[in-house]
Ligand binder design. Structure first.
Ligand SMILES: Cc1ncc(COP(=O)(O)O)c(C=O)c1O
Length: 441
């Protein structure tokens, strides 16, 4: 039974009144609470930072090398090579395969921007593939359709912590003779048939962005590979192609991990599995709560992955009936933090307009961008906070007048043909959310 202090259908004649009244009983729930994790490791983290400061070795150095060894061991791969960010890890991976102007790289449009920008920064062309509507992961069938003579790599994204369908993708890449670069930024410790993401394709790319399952105290990232030749190339590319000092073998970039980041990450790494279990338990608890509240007509809850470990970097629900934005507003009023990953699919971003993609080209991607909402899922989230989140969602949907109003609005807004094809440019249908300097990618 739900342990909210109000019944889900408590006085809802006026939604703002209802929220104000229940506000006194239900806790506010932030999308994230990084301070809770920090509080448990505060002394160790501070000591690690101090140790680096005392040593005077701020770039690469022993902490970085040790972190790389520990990451490789944890993920069961021979090589982990750190770099300055997850975005750089993708760029470096593409550079390691000599991806250049005119080459095509297939990737989902439903992902964080960095997956595609790495491609365009090399002058190559991102070819966007649609997603599976149930998993939000790139559709292998669409990838296959989009392979051409110019395709030089595929980048599946293990979005929200779930491994992409490697069983289907690897044969496509193998028969085309092209590498698979895994964007594993959101999926550290996710598995596929028992093997960790990052070791499934040719290069795995990870992010230490603070909101990731293993987050630093700033930017950072790393790459994994099972191939010695690629590991050597990636190590060279991250230091301006320099070996030995001031002798440049190739043109690389400056993308080194700071020792302070590495030292902090080494404090956190031993806890990652336990934190991941916390996320898995929270996902299971959400599933129970949504079932109890009988919300399946309104809310599609994400499923677990039967072929591997889902690490739940995000818990993303789909909201039916064009009510996602109204629900989000309601939750914000109640002090429940949510996020939209991602409101504008990459193929419809202004900076990619020259590539010629339009509304309707990737229907499942566009639908997901309009319907999905991420709820708090971090490991330190408390059961009563999850109950509050689901209780607040139930409060929204079980208020008939609210539903009617939303329906009327959807009807009034509905374009003649399809909500996705007709109407103005997709960007104009989306309300901007969040500031650019507060990105939670
Ligand atoms: C799927 C995905 N790829 C790449 C990145 C880029 O990582 P970073 O922010 O560390 O550059 C992110 C987000 O951070 C991401 O979520």
């Amino acid at each position: 039974m739900i342990r909210t202090n109000t019944s889900p259908s408590a006085n809802l004649a006026d939604p703002s009144v209802a929220s104000d009244e229940t506000q006194r009983f239900l806790p506010q729930v932030g999308l994230l609470a990084l301070d809770r994790q920090y509080a448990t490791l505060r002394n160790e983290i501070r000591a690690a930072i101090e140790r680096v400061c005392d040593s005077g070795r701020f770039i690469l150095g022993p902490d970085v090398t040790d972190l790389e060894t520990e990451l490789a061991r944890l993920l069961g791969v021979p090589h982990a090579i750190s770099c300055a960010s997850g975005s750089d890890s993708l760029l470096l991976a593409l550079m390691a395969f000599d991806i250049k102007a005119g080459d095509e790289v297939i990737l989902p449009s439903y992902t964080f921007f960095a997956t595609a920008s790495a491609v365009t920064r090399l002058g190559a062309v991102p070819i966007f593939a649609d997603i599976d509507p149930d998993t939000y992961l790139v559709s292998p069938a669409d990838v296959k359709r989009k392979i051409s003579r110019r395709t030089k790599a595929i980048i599946p994204v293990h979005l929200f912590g779930r491994t992409a369908d490697i069983d289907a993708l690897m044969p496509i890449a193998n028969s085309a003779g092209i590498p698979v670069i895994e964007d594993a930024a959101q999926s550290i410790l996710s598995t596929w048939h028992g093997r960790c993401s990052g070791g499934l394709g040719d290069i795995g790319c990870f992010s230490f962005y603070p909101t990731k399952n293993l987050g630093g105290v700033g930017d950072g990232g790393f790459m994994t590979t099972t191939r010695d030749d690629l590991a050597a190339k990636l190590k060279l590319l991250r230091v301006h192609g320099m070996e030995p000092r001031y002798y440049h073998q190739v043109v690389g970039i400056n993308s080194r991990l700071d020792s302070i980041q590495a030292a902090v990450l080494r404090v956190k790494l031993p806890h990652l599995d336990r934190w991941t279990i916390g996320r898995q338990e929270n996902a299971a608890h959400y599933a129970e709560l949504f079932a109890e509240y009988d919300l399946d007509r309104h809310v599609t809850v994400p499923t677990d992955e039967p072929r591997g470990r889902h690490v739940w970097n995000q818990f993303v629900v789909r909201i039916a009936g064009g009510q996602r934005d109204a629900l989000r507003t309601h939750l914000a009023k109640c002090g429940v933090g949510t996020e939209i990953y991602y409101p504008v699919p990459l193929h419809l971003q202004k900076c990619f307009a020259h590539l010629g993609w339009g509304v309707g080209d990737l229907p499942e991607t566009e639908k997901a961008a309009l319907e999905t909402l991420a709820l708090p899922i971090y490991p330190e989230l408390r059961p009563e906070e999850q109950e509050t989140v689901v209780g607040r969602i139930a409060e929204f949907f079980h208020a008939p007048h609210l539903r009617r109003r939303a329906e009327e609005r959807v009807k009034a807004d509905a374009p003649a043909e399809s909500p996705l094809k007709a109407g103005p440019h997709f960007l104009r249908t989306m309300k901007a959310v969040g500031r650019a300097d507060d990105v939670r990618c």
